[in-house]
Design a protein around this ligand. Structure first.
Ligand code: 0A1
Ligand code: ZN
Length: 880
């Protein structure tokens, strides 16, 4: 795994596999000091491969080879080569059986790839290239085989033995051991293999599919988590029904299992029939999970379930096609979440993530297309670009084709490619073939990196009643890509009259009734659109519902933004107008003298919001959130973090002072109403209440302090308890903060997920999370370097959310992060590489910051024995 000059892998060098595997028979002997894996592969030459005399090449990583046999005869020296990272058999027949026995040490596996142990249970993570840490295998997604897996282990320590597919056999063995055999009838790539062995409780349910088949649904968790399964199980059933209703996709096996594990690098994994989840992404109860956590869990359960079709039945040909399954599946889960809750709020959340984090990625040194052309370490490419931008690209296809044609396209895609490993191009072609639309230029969304900038200018000619919009697009250069071609951009817009009414959008020369909203299709560098019949100069509402993942530039006046904020019929753009106004006000104060006044109309606008009884509460709750520091930094040319932080704090303080009574009324008016519910309305009420509380504590309001303490003590759910805790932690009431933190820890110290919340509330707070306090958190008995969630909740939260402290002008935050990255790189390179992200943006910051960020990166670069994961991120970040 460790190498100084990792190789770059290129899409252009793709070749079909020289050998195919039809059947994999695995036998796992699990012990406390290791595991023996017996593998029998049924292999044949690939008729589509040009290499007729190719040696057999099997990937391997950290394996101890015990024996190799071909068609039952052991191979001797010279007949195979164990290269460490590969097993090569130079001469093999057309068809044969290969038997390989390997010894591995799951108990010492801290990378959490392959087979490892988490709180005493065995579990696996094979995507992207973890299977090669279990046995020698052609570990690439275009090799699809049927797996049969026998697991043997001590019966009392590991009563539950699980793998993919259906259980077909089980029995007792000597020495208190037992076995279970699983068979998965669907051919799959090795990255979808899974195994779990542990002492777990089983939660059962059933689902009847649209064709009347009964599916066994099972969740396996540690006994202490037995009470936290109901929500995920219900979310699973909702997902199964939704996928039948909306995509016509029925579940295929007779059993579907979910397992929760505490130590997991990512959120969850869609292994065929046996999804494995990070505990924090599946376990929930009213007392321990926030509304945001419930929503995240519902979305992730749906995401993993939806992969059964978009990912498993139809998989990726190679890892450059990762967005084929991820972009499509994120799009599907976002449609599902929108259907389950508030579509506008979901859109706002998706766009916020994209604009804050994906745009930053797209503007940084790791920028890559939705379908990358090269990589060193594939684990580094599970990115916001692959997932979120990839989903936006599918959403644009959906919107260009319309519901019906898109469904025809997805039906064709699944039918045409079921059981295959395919490319993003195959996906687009199915959409084209089903709809008759030409998506030729649209394909550039997959090939070109960087966020398109759409600049709009306008002119109104009173005498002719013509309103002229000039729309220009440009795509910035990104590493290795310059001089980009214009892309096909669906650009939704509306025009508003002074009375707030939508105006008809009649393009010059058109006849018939003009629509009140339309989607312009941009395809050239510059377009000029003329709308006629307008008796007044309209206010444009652009990129409605965030119709494309682009930046829009238009010189809106504050007056116009205030107007859109209260009148735009597009909920997303109403919210966006408020964001743009707040950004403008905050930006104008960055670096301004203390005496500089805050725009008074901002207070009026927020007052109207708070008093608007017609406004959807969920939208109101979103509109009351000020743009984050991360977003303000993303928008800045040369970010001065301290000045941005100060300006934002000032605006927050100014708003809270000016709206004190309204906030208090909002707090009291949104008190809990009976039982805890997870409806969009109830979630919005809690959000409004907690925002009001946070703002009031920000200005040191004594009455609010009493309310916060009361809410903290008396809450019947985690959203309210944590809302109060967060407000206290971010206030200047130092003593109350300490008391609340102590009480919270005492109450929940035996629940790892709540302890993670407790860590992150502190680590992300500029009051409670200065560097010395962060170091104390790392020394806390509940902190565990081997647990990725704990690392993320302290180190990750500090660097990504506590921006003022992390960007301390003395550089100490950067040095700290470099130190932790180096330390983690030895045990878990995937997590280490992800933690580097905040430093990679060093060029974006004002010189005082960027110089020190760069030297922290250099310090990491100079560490001996850097993993391929960290090597790639650091070297690309430092490259000219
Ligand atoms: N395919 C999973 C995410 C995942 C990716 C990589 C992993 O290990 C490196 C683990 C999980 C998903 O999209 O949910
Ligand atoms: Zn996924």
């Amino acid at each position: 795994m460790r190498t100084n000059q990792p190789q770059t892998i290129y899409l252009s060098e793709y070749k079909v596999p020289a050998y195919l595997v039809d059947q994999v028979d695995l036998r796992f002997e699990l012990f406390e000091d290791g595991a023996r894996v017996h593998s029998t592969l049924t292999v044949r030459r690939n008729p589509d491969s040009a290499e007729s005399a190719a040696p057999l090449f099997l990937h391997g990583d950290s394996l101890q080879l015990e024996s190799v046999s071909l068609n039952g005869s052991p191979l001797g020296t010279g007949e195979f080569e164990d290269r460490g990272d590969a097993l090569v058999v130079p001469s093999v027949p057309e068809e044969f059986e290969l038997q390989v026995v390997t010894w591995i040490e799951p108990q010492n596996n801290t990378r959490l790839e392959g087979l490892y142990k988490s709180s005493g249970m065995f579990c696996t993570q094979c995507e992207a290239e973890g299977f090669r840490c279990i046995t020698f295998y052609p570990d690439r997604p275009d090799v699809m085989a049927c797996f049969r897996t026998r697991i043997e282990a001590d019966k009392s320590a590991y009563p539950v033995l699980l793998s993919n597919g259906n259980p077909v056999d089980n029995g007792e063995l000597e020495n208190g051991r037992h076995f279970v055999t699983w068979e998965d009838p669907f051919p799959k790539p090795a990255y979808l293999f899974a195994l779990v062995a542990g002492d777990l409780v089983e939660k059962k349910d059933t689902f009847t599919t649209c064709s009347g088949r009964n599916i066994d649904l099972r969740m396996y968790v540690e006994p202490r988590n037995a009470k936290k399964c109901d929500f995920a199980m219900d979310a699973l059933k909702r997902s199964m029904r939704w996928d039948e209703d909306v995509y016509g996709r029925e579940y295929d096996l007779d059993i579907f299992m979910i397992v929760a594990v505490d130590d997991f690098n990512m959120g969850a994994m869609e292994n065929k029939g046996l999804n494995i989840f990070n505990s924090s992404c599946v376990l929930a109860s009213q007392e321990t999970a926030t509304d945001a956590a419930f929503q995240r869990i519902e979305a992730i359960v749906a995401h993993e379930y939806f992969h059964n079709w978009s990912g498993n039945r139809v998989t990726c040909r190679d890892w450059f096609q990762l967005s084929l399954k991820e972009g499509f599946t994120v799009f599907r889960d976002s449609q599902f979440s929108a259907d389950m809750g508030s579509p506008t709020v979901k859109r706002i959340e998706d766009a916020t993530l994209l604009r804050t984090a994906q745009f930053a990625e797209d503007a940084g040194p790791m920028a890559h297309p939705v379908r990358p052309a090269s990589y060193m370490e594939i684990s580094n490419f599970y990115t916001l670009t692959i997932y979120e931008k990839g989903a936006e690209v599918v959403r644009m296809i959906h919107n260009l084709l319309g519901d019906e044609m898109f469904r025809k396209g997805s039906d064709l895609y699944f039918q045409r490619h079921d059981g295959q490993a395919v490319t993003t191009d195959d996906f687009v072609r199915a959409m084209e073939d089903a709809s008759g639309r030409d998506l030729g230029q649209f394909r550039l969304w997959y090939e070109q990196a960087g966020t398109p900038v759409v600049s709009v200018s306008d002119e109104y000619d009173e005498s002719s009643g013509i309103y002229r919009l000039t729309v220009r697009q440009s795509i910035p250069d990104t590493p290795g890509q310059t001089g980009k071609k214009p892309q096909h951009i669906p650009f939704a817009l509306g025009l508003l009259g002074a009375d707030g009414q939508p105006l008809p959008l009649k393009l010059s020369g058109e006849s018939g009734e003009a629509p009140l909203e339309r989607v312009l299709e941009l395809s050239q560098e510059e377009h000029c659109f003329e709308f006629e019949g307008l008796s007044e100069r309209p206010v444009p509402s652009l990129l409605r519902d965030f119709s494309a993942p682009v930046r829009v530039h238009y010189p809106w006046t504050r007056e116009q933004l205030l107007f859109l904020m209260s009148h735009d019929p597009d909920g997303f753009n109403r919210w966006d107008a408020g964001q743009r106004l707040a950004v403008d006000v905050i930006q104008s104060l960055v670096g301004a003298p203390e005496s500089a006044g805050v725009e008074p109309r901002l207070v009026d606008a927020y007052r109207s919001l708070l008093q608007d009884s017609e406004l959807d509460q969920a939208l109101m709750a979103k509109m009351l959130q000020l743009p984050s520091e991360a977003y303000l930094i993303e928008l800045a040319e040369q970010a001065d973090v301290a000045a941005i932080h100060q300006a934002r704090e000032n605006v927050l303080g100014y708003l809270a002072e000016g709206l004190r009574d309204e906030l208090m009324a909002c707090y009291r008016g949104n008190a809990g109403q009976g039982d805890y519910q997870l409806t969009p309305e109830a979630i919005a009420r809690r959000s409004l209440r907690n925002t009001a509380l946070g703002w009031l504590l920000h200005i040191g309001d004594q009455e609010a302090l009493a309310l916060a303490k009361e809410q903290f003590r008396g809450a019947d759910n985690m959203t309210d308890r944590l809302g109060a805790l967060r407000a206290l932690v971010n206030s200047d009431f130092a003593e109350d903060r300490t008391q609340a933190l102590e009480a919270f820890y005492k109450r929940f110290s035996d629940d790892p997920q709540v302890v993670e919340l407790w860590f992150s509330v502190q680590a992300s707070s500029d009051r409670a999370g200065q560097l010395p306090q962060i170091r104390q958190l790392l020394d806390h008995p509940a902190f565990d370097w081997k647990n990725p969630n704990k690392v993320r909740s302290v180190v990750g939260a500090f660097a990504a959310q506590n921006l003022a402290a992390f960007h301390n002008p003395d550089g100490s935050g950067y040095e700290f992060l470099a130190e932790q990255v180096c330390r983690l790189d030895d045990s878990n390179p995937q997590i280490a590489a992800r933690l580097v992200a905040p430093l990679t943006r060093w060029r974006k910051f004002a010189p005082g910051y960027s110089k020190q960020m760069k030297s922290a990166l250099e310090r990491i670069r100079d560490k001996a024995e850097l993993s391929r994961d960290v090597y790639e991120v650091v070297h690309k970040s430092l490259a000219d």
